[in-house]
Design a protein around this ligand. Structure first.
Ligand SMILES: [Zn+2]
Length: 294
């Protein structure tokens, strides 16, 4: 019953937003406020998208904020604007890569290609960072932030309002990058989410659902491979998110043996071998994840 009431409320809000967006406001009022209403209802976080944790100097201003799982991200449209004009070829996915977390996806491009904002929003961060090279981070009305890295040129300034599909920079190869590509990151209140969980990166440019519940699984690079797309089942409600099992992993530390890990988690060595498709005498590489449960 409560769920139906909440849904009805959201539907009313959606129609209110739709009506208000039919009357263009001046560019500074934007549509941040109307979308914010939905965000507040959905997450109970009560963060003001436009001001809370708003910092231009810091890449991740949410360090002191602990985000609870699952949380919901709402979208008012069914599609995003493609960040590049050509077909999107993902050359590396969100996941575990060379002993490290890869918290975004790499999309192939040619240096000098236009890079566009996926949604309307406000530029929060424009800088050169060692790993990311030239990067632009934009915060959108629903609280989501998208980051565009390795750019050869940035074309926007901090605190500037941008439209959906607006060119914000040129693609490149700056920072820690081998070959021109766009490193695209998607985060919500400091949590970096697998972008493929939210968006289809084919030519449909579809957002997978109007309301997407994010579980820890979709914010844990160690549970994904940078070489292979994970199987995606989108949670569209709180109940679905609570029912979806979160995989458990252990990152191999120096000196770990399968015997130690089996004792630590109360499982058998045979079970660990089956789950991870490894042999009992396999060498455990430090920094690699071992699945404990699925
Ligand atoms: Zn990358």
């Amino acid at each position: 019953m409560k769920l139906i009431r909440n849904l009805a409320f959201l539907l009313i809000l959606h129609s209110v937003v739709f009506i208000s967006s039919a009357h263009p406001k001046d560019s500074t009022s934007f549509s941040l406020d109307s979308s914010l209403l939905i965000l507040k209802r959905d997450t109970a976080q009560k963060l003001e998208v436009n001001s809370d944790f708003w910092q231009n100097e810091v890449y991740n201003p949410y360090k002191s904020h602990s985000q609870k799982f699952p949380f919901c991200i709402s979208f008012l449209s069914e599609t995003y604007a493609s960040p590049i004009l050509r077909n999107k070829v993902i050359t590396s996915r969100y996941g575990w890569r060379n002993n490290r977390a890869h918290r975004g996806i790499d999309i192939d491009l040619i240096t000098g290609d236009d890079v566009k904002s996926m949604f309307e929003g406000k530029v929060r961060y424009v800088r050169y960072r060692r790993g990311h090279g030239k990067i632009v981070v934009i915060r959108h009305p629903n609280g989501l932030e998208t980051g565009y890295a390795h750019l050869s040129k940035t074309l926007v300034k901090a605190n500037e309002l941008v439209k959906k599909g607006q060119v914000i920079g040129k693609g490149g190869n700056t920072g820690n990058s081998r070959g021109s590509h766009l490193h695209l990151e998607v985060s919500y209140q400091g949590v970096f989410i697998n972008p493929e969980y939210l968006f289809k990166f084919d030519n449909s440019n579809k957002i997978r659902a109007n309301s997407i519940w994010v579980t820890k699984e979709w914010a844990s690079p160690a549970l994904h491979s940078s070489k292979k797309q994970s199987e995606i089942v989108v949670c569209k409600s709180y109940d679905e998110a609570m029912k979806s099992k979160v995989k458990k992993i252990h990152i191999i530390r120096s000196g770990d043996t399968l015997w130690d890990i089996s004792i630590m988690y109360g499982v058998t060595i045979d079970y660990l071998c089956r789950l991870n498709s490894i042999a009992k005498n396999s060498i455990l590489r430090i920094g690699y994840p071992i699945l404990i449960s699925r």
